[in-house]
Design a protein. Structure first.
Length: 271
């Protein structure tokens, strides 16, 4: 067969087309769509609480920290920088001087607090503890009574008044005050903290007799465990009037207790 000279390229194109592999038919638009698959929504990250801003440490707080650490000079220095003057601050200055044994400085500080607030019962009470420390028990009684007129429900003040009456050997009034204090606060005689704004007197010359009256106060309140504790203490300190544990009516409900009978039978070594 004769191929026309100007149509040679057509034959080549047809041969190439015949040797090429067959192409797949074009996909429709619908076939090109990707099917929708629902995916789980990721859980939100837990909210992180924003920390509260740090509370600034005030000069008062620095003074209180120094007091708690028994760094009384440093506490006084902090308190004295606080302006304007406050009765609370002067009361704390007085307590710091009191712990240092500088009673005249303590007295002046308490008086300054009272001058700023004539009804500041804690400072009036604390001024009474200065009189007590100086063995001016009559003045101490007067100060405690003034404080109690303002704060009649203060167990600590009733305790202080009882101790002042005890120092004056008026044991009946002392017992009445101790009983009143105990009704207001069952732990009033167990507090040992030196912090706060109210001083509670603990120093007495007749320790054995003092603990006897505390034992009697607890017995009258039905607090037998504490009564036995102070009973043991007073006997160990050399309390001589053992018969009073049998004769005084406050101990009547305890006399059948084995612990009570054991303590009476014992001859504890006097400390």
């Amino acid at each position: 067969m004769t191929v026309l000279p100007h149509a040679w390229w057509l034959a080549i194109a047809l041969g190439i087309q015949a040797g090429a592999p067959a192409q797949e038919p074009a996909k429709t638009a619908a076939q090109c769509l990707v099917p929708y698959t629902k995916t789980a929504t990721p859980a939100p990250a837990p909210a992180v609480a924003t920390p509260a801003p740090a509370r600034p440490i005030t000069v008062m707080m620095r003074g209180d920290i120094a007091m708690a650490r028994k760094m009384y000079r440093e506490a006084i220095d902090y308190y004295r920088t606080i302006k304007p003057e406050q009765p609370l601050v002067w009361n704390k200055v007085g307590i710091a001087y009191h712990h240092l044994g500088e009673m005249e400085q303590a007295k002046r500080a308490y008086e300054r607090a009272i001058k700023l607030d004539k009804r500041y019962a804690e400072a009036i009470n604390n001024l009474g503890t200065v009189h007590y420390a100086r063995r001016s028990y009559r003045r101490a009684v007067g100060q405690y009574n003034k404080a109690l007129k303002i704060s009649p429900n203060s167990a600590g003040m009733w305790s202080n008044l009882g101790t002042a009456w005890f120092a004056r050997k008026n044991y009946k009034k002392a017992s009445e005050c101790y009983a009143k204090a105990l009704t207001l606060d069952a732990e009033v005689f167990e507090h040992r903290s030196t912090a706060g704004t109210l001083l509670q007197e603990r120093s007495v010359s007749e320790r054995a007799k003092f603990h006897f009256y505390l034992s009697k106060t607890y017995a009258n309140a039905g607090m037998n465990e504490r009564a036995l504790q102070y009973m043991r203490m007073c006997l160990e300190e050399g309390f001589k009037e053992r018969k009073r544990f049998v004769e005084d009516p406050e101990f009547a409900n305890m006399q059948q207790l084995p612990e009570f009978q054991e303590l009476l039978a014992l001859q504890p070594r006097v400390l």
